[in-house]
Design a protein around this ligand. Structure first.
Ligand SMILES: Cc1cc2nc3c(=O)[nH]c(=O)nc-3n(C[C@H](O)[C@H](O)[C@H](O)COP(=O)(O)O)c2cc1C
Length: 364
């Protein structure tokens, strides 16, 4: 039995794929080859990543789209069932599920997560999000809370007790009052599958520092990333824990810098889905704490290119230079997005992975 989760493997800088379960991936574009996120697309992309030895496949949790011409993200696969499907056909890649804490009961989440951990033989991972989009919450008759991370702490405690308590247990918290809880099977991973918290602000950082294995976060530039990293490390030190930090980048990797720059300009400026970019940025600015405020003024192209994440644009050599910088700041890895994962991942894996090995970032 394989009990070593891929995120605990030997590579110094881990790589994953983000948001292939949703229309557009992270891009907001109208190019004809934009990502449709059909099931076959997901199977193909996961197969490429799995065979290339990337460590993880990580979905976005999205319930509504951002309008515009293509209703970007409106089409997205639910992440437990998505991961279960991929678990059965992949061999080594870690499979995350991204879950909105307030929208899913923890006893249900515990069982679903354990199921994927069994199907995948210990490759499951839980990405905890507290959410930010009031329109999505309204679909569930729910409201965003000021104490989302207080609820998340209880939520995760219930899941851990589901796996750890061998007798039925009662739970009395502020958010959950539960009687006689049992949940079998427990996850294969002990005490529970790896957890990540996708967050940016201070309460999310503290929650991850106290409760999770990893924080999944963003930065606008490497300098901010350095401060962000130091802040989170300090918070986790105060908890007596060492929380790994991952970031997320959108990638345009081409043979020449000019080709990469031209394509970035084409999909993220000339043929951006401008209506959806406007909606996405306006909603994020108003409701989400996921970016520094100046990011919205400076980086419209990055929002069209990859929902405001950090861009890796250029030749394989340039991309490895950037990854070396990110790794030097201490980041444990990055989740990557592409305009079209199945078209672009093979070139990325063929050309970037060997250079990462030469640069000492990866051994496999
Ligand atoms: C890297 C990253 C990935 C995220 N992924 C999701 C997601 O899949 N679905 C979602 O609703 N929110 C997602 N979020 C948003 C968080 O849930 C959270 O609402 C947001 O970061 C603002 O709150 P915070 O200050 O707690 O970070 C993500 C945030 C980050 C930084």
């Amino acid at each position: 039995m394989n009990h070593l989760h891929p995120l605990k493997g030997p590579n110094r800088f881990k790589l994953g794929v983000f948001s292939a379960n949703a229309d557009g991936g992270l891009a907001i574009t109208d190019v004809p080859e934009r990502w449709r996120a059909r099931w076959d697309d997901n199977l193909n992309a996961a197969g490429i990543a799995d065979r290339a030895g990337l460590e993880f496949f990580l979905p976005i949790a999205r319930w509504r789209g951002f309008g515009g011409k293509n209703h970007v993200r409106e089409w997205s696969f639910e992440t437990f069932t998505w991961a279960a499907g991929l678990a059965a056909v992949t061999k080594q890649i870690g499979l995350f599920m991204t879950v909105h804490v307030p929208l899913l009961h923890p006893v249900y989440a515990a069982k679903a997560l354990a199921t994927v951990d069994h199907i995948s033989n210990g490759r499951a991972g839980l990405n905890i999000v507290c959410g930010w989009n009031p329109d999505e919450f309204a679909m569930f008759g729910a409201k965003l809370s000021d104490d989302a991370y207080g609820q998340a702490a209880e939520w995760l405690e219930v899941i851990e007790r589901c796996y750890g308590d061998h007798q039925p247990f009662d739970f009395q918290g502020k958010y959950y009052a539960l009687k006689g809880v049992v949940s079998r099977p427990a996850s294969i991973q002990v005490p529970r599958p790896l957890t990540m918290n996708a967050a940016f602000g201070a309460p999310g950082r503290d929650f991850a520092a106290k409760n999770c294995d990893f924080l999944f976060s963003t930065f606008s530039n490497i300098e901010d990333g350095r401060k962000h990293y130091a802040d989170i490390k300090e918070r986790s030190k105060l908890q007596g824990r060492d929380v790994g930090i991952y970031t997320v980048c959108h990638v345009v990797c081409r043979e020449t810098q000019k080709e990469a720059d031209d394509y970035y300009e084409r999909y993220a400026v000339t043929l951006a889905d401008h209506g959806a970019v406007d909606n996405h940025m306006a909603q994020k600015k108003e409701f989400s704490n996921s970016h520094d405020k100046n990011a919205f003024d400076l980086y419209r192209k990055r929002f069209a290119g990859g929902a405001g994440t950090y861009p890796l644009v250029g030749t394989p050599e340039k991309i490895v230079e950037d990854l070396v910088k990110i790794s030097k700041e201490g980041y444990a890895g990055a989740a990557l997005t592409f305009v079209n994962y199945t078209y672009e991942l093979p070139f990325f894996c063929d050309r970037v992975l060997p250079l990462m090995k030469q640069a000492g970032l990866r051994v496999t």
